[in-house]
Every structure is written in C-alpha cells, then in structure tokens.
Write a protein that binds this ligand. Structure first.
Ligand code: GDP
Ligand code: MG
Length: 320
C-alpha cells in the first residue's frame, strides 16, 4: 500500500449506501475482563490491525471493523480502569471525554463471577456520564459456565446496568455470541459514512492510533485546564523507505489560554507530550518515530464536527 497521506479529501470514501452505519464505540471494563481478546477477535480477522503489535502488554486497544454495511471504530477508554492513572477527577474526566466522543458505550463484564465493588462503581459512573449515548453490555467468558449458574450470574451482572439498551452473552475466546453482539452494536449506531476506505485501513489505523496517543498524553498532563476541547489532527503520516515514520500532528484547542497550557513554560509541556507519545508509538510500531507537534486555536471546533474532526477527516460538503 502506498503511503501518500497529504490529501485528506481523498481519504473519504463515498461508496457507502444510505443504510450504512458507522461510529465510535468506547470499550469499558476492568482489567482482565477480556477487552483485548474481544477486540482482537472482532478486528483481527477482518483487517489485521488493532495495533501493529497485538498481544503485547499494551493497555490500549484500538481497532476498525469494516463490513459492507457498517464501520465500527473500537476504542479502549483507559480512564475507567487503568491503575496507572491518577484516580478521582482525572479518571472521571477521561471517561467523560471518551463518552462524549463515543456513539456507543460497550461495557464488558465477566459473567463467570458475581459483580463486586468495581462493577458497582463502574455502573454508577456510566449511569452519570452516558447521557444519550446507548450502552451495550457484553457478558464475557460465558464459556466458563453453563445452566443455572450462568443464568444467575448473567442476571446479577445485568441488574447493575438497568440503563443498558442491550445485553449479550459472549465468549471472546470461542467467539460465541460475538456476531450477535456486533449486530446489536451496529443497529444502535447512527447512519453514517465509512470513515476509512478498505484499502487505506492500515494507514488509517496508524493515524488513529497516533492521534489517540497524543490526545491521551495531553489529557494526562494538563489536568483540569484542558477539558474536552482538544482535537488532534494527523496532517501526515509517512513511512519512509528506511523504516522511519514521520508524523506531523496539529493539536487544536478552543482558546489562546489553552494553547499556552498545552505548550507550557518554555515549551516544556509540549515537549513532554511529544516525547511520551513518541516513545509509546515506537513501542507499538517497532519503528523509529519523528513526531512533529503544533498547537492551533480553532474556536468551537466541536460544534461542527465530532468524530470527524477528532480523526482529522472532513465531512462531505452539502452538495456531494
Ligand atoms: P483485558 O485486560 O480486558 O484486555 O483482558 P484480556 O483480553 O487481556 O484477557 C484477560 C484474560 O482473560 C486472558 O487470559 C484471556 O485469554 C482471558 N479471556 C478473555 N476472554 C475470555 C473468554 O471469553 N473466555 C475465557 N475463558 N477466557 C477469556
Ligand atoms: Mg487488554
């Protein structure tokens, strides 16, 4: 695949029908519940890229699932379950931001055990934060139980999430229930275009991962000051013949004051964000990364676009 990355307009695929659905799904669940396994199962066979190095110790999982009728962007939301994050407000803020951008929240629970404090806390948070965004429950590890026991645990876990639109027993390991889960997710997603054409999926995945990684570092280090008004646009992502990846990104904020915060005193903050994002991307891609970051003020960008602007792609013009 060629890596010409400059013309964003050509990235938009217009070969989708009026019934096509698409959107971003925030995947939530505590560690070990099976998020990686599930995302790999869903995305792995289809396009092979979740992160370029699957099955590593990476916590974050991102994946694009494409069928003729739908495209789903799965994104892990570390705020609700990553122990390395500061707890409290930070956690809520991350989750809020992930939920605000998501078109659907997929909650993974382990149906092989009774729900505990972690699940109760998660349920309270999601109840507070999901707003209009539909919530789907995946009751994972259903292969470990059967009969009455399975039913009892399924009921106990589901009962904590009365606001969920759908519930589905699945096994990420055997694949049981996964097609039904996907069908339910797709049904709840808005009508919309295919964001990434099939032949550009791996490039799109790299861009998506790069943008999300930079955004995560911003959220992590800017505390309260930068709420939800950050968008990261990967202007270009080029793989050079020598294997080096050149990534050029623009961080959009809504106000001058926010620009100052992201850049920091003497450029300290932006350096830190860049260095951490670069290190993480190098681990994921196994390549040398040059990451160029710039910060621009764009007032009210979130009023026009949601996912599109976040990913750096433009919506079709009115007359198209
Ligand atoms: P994550 O921390 O939520 O990403 O969880 P992982 O995907 O890394 O899975 C944690 C462990 O649970 C791994 O050993 C998986 O093999 C196992 N696991 C995940 N899904 C299932 C499932 O459906 N059934 C069984 N039996 N094990 C599972
Ligand atoms: Mg995982």
């Amino acid at each position: 695949m060629s890596m010409s990355t400059n013309d964003l307009d050509t990235v938009f695929d217009d070969s989708w029908g009026e019934h096509h659905r698409s959107g971003m799904v925030a995947v939530v669940g505590r560690p070990n519940v099976g998020k990686s396994t599930l995302i790999n199962r869903i995305v792995g066979e289809k396009i092979a890229i979740v992160s370029p190095k699957p099955q590593t110790t990476r916590k974050r999982q991102l994946g694009i699932y494409t069928t003729p009728d739908a495209q789903i962007l799965f994104i892990d939301t570390p705020g609700l379950h990553a122990p390395q994050h500061k707890l409290g407000e930070m956690m809520v803020r991350d989750a809020e931001s992930a939920f605000r951008d998501a078109d659907l929240i997929l909650v993974l629970l382990e149906v092989s055990t009774a729900p505990g404090d972690a699940e109760r806390m998660m349920s309270e948070r999601i109840a507070e934060l999901h707003g209009e965004t539909p919530v789907v429950l995946a009751l994972n590890k259903a292969d470990l139980l059967s009969g009455d026991e399975l039913t009892a645990y399924a009921v106990a876990n589901s009962a904590l999430f009365p606001f969920a639109a759908k519930r589905q027993l699945v096994s990420a390991v055997t694949g049981e229930g996964v097609p039904d889960l996907l069908a339910q997710i797709i049904e709840l997603l808005p009508l919309g275009p295919r964001y990434f054409p099939e032949d550009q999926l791996s490039e799109a995945s790299l861009r998506f991962i790069a943008a999300e990684t930079v955004r995560e570092k911003i959220m992590l280090h800017t505390e309260q000051e930068i709420p939800h008004s950050v968008a990261v646009d990967i202007e270009s992502y080029q793989e050079r013949p020598d294997g080096t990846h050149y990534v050029s990104a623009v961080i959009y904020v809504e106000r001058d004051s926010q620009k100052g915060i992201v850049i920091g005193k003497g450029g300290e903050m932006i350096k830190r964000i860049g260095m951490e994002a670069r290190t993480e991307l190098e681990t994921m891609t196994d390549a040398r990364i040059f990451l160029d970051l710039r910060v621009k003020v764009l007032e009210n960008w979130r009023k026009d676009e949601k996912m599109m602007s976040r990913l750096g792609y433009r919506p079709p013009k009115e007359d198209e």
